[in-house]
Design a protein around this ligand. Sequence first.
Ligand SMILES: O=P(O)(O)OC[C@H]1O[C@](O)(COP(=O)(O)O)[C@@H](O)[C@@H]1O
Ligand SMILES: [Mg+2]
Ligand SMILES: [Mg+2]
Length: 303
Amino acid sequence: MAEPDPVVEAVFDAVAATAPTIRDALPGRRVESGTENPSGETVLAGDVYADELLAEALGAVEGVGSFVSEERPEAIEVGGAVGEGGEGAYAVAIDPLDGSSNLRSNNAMGTVVGIYDAPLPATGRDLVAAGYVLYGPITTMVVADGSGVREEVIERGNGGDGDADSGVARSVVDDDLTLPDEPTVYGFGGRVPDWPDAFREYAREIEDEFKLRYGGAMVGDVNQVVTYGGVFAYPALSDAPDGKLRLSFEANPIAYIVESMGGASSDGSKSILDVEPDGIHDRVPLHVGNEELVDRLESALDG
Ligand SMILES: O=P(O)(O)OC[C@H]1O[C@](O)(COP(=O)(O)O)[C@@H](O)[C@@H]1O
Ligand SMILES: [Mg+2]
Ligand SMILES: [Mg+2]
């Protein structure tokens, strides 16, 4: 098995270290911040807090050369080069708080992380690792690092007093996550009348076969598929042919994780990891899950 990449490990150490602090900060940050992000969406106080905390934590990791998030117009150089001139340093792209509209209704949210071995925008083939934190009833972190996919439970360390420096306790609960062979759940975003006809027909078949699990946070909804097997999609919409989710911050990391678990991803015709980006805030239709269900989706959209 390949040796763990120390920079990748350090990035996920930093993400794990911030997770309890982000979680604790959410109750007072359910309100709008008064700004919009580069995708034209309302930014909540929780989005701003998570973005700033993670920028500081990830920017301090040696071997991380640049940092960008869906809340920032462009990447910032953070100077963690491993070679002279910056070569060898990774570019880290994050969705600091995924599903943040769930802050109001107090439902699941997450943080998504992609570590690219190329300046952004890059394709998902340039990812060396990806992961997500799920702020559910339990805080968990799923990491795909090229050698496998693991799930950890993250809790405050023994000094747990709400202090960011008090440390975290991490326990690996599964060190070889794979998609279950017998899928049981699905979750599709967007309004049914806005779906393309071919997707609507595919969805009709899927909803006859499986149980609906949709909560409005990609990380939470994908984690249902990761746990029970099935298919998640935020498809192309009639007024938004590229769908809603962002390639660099959301779709690529999730596709990398699901493919690493033996599943498949698609933009409708090919793996998400093969989508060539024009810009850092590009959106893409995202479909991920058990290979058989993603193959059926591609056939349905092709027909
Ligand atoms: O509200 P909708 O249309 O169901 O959209 C839900 C989707 O939007 C998102 O909330 C977008 O993520 P952000 O909260 O990071 O902008 C996804 O997590 C989720 O899959
Ligand atoms: Mg998101
Ligand atoms: Mg977000």
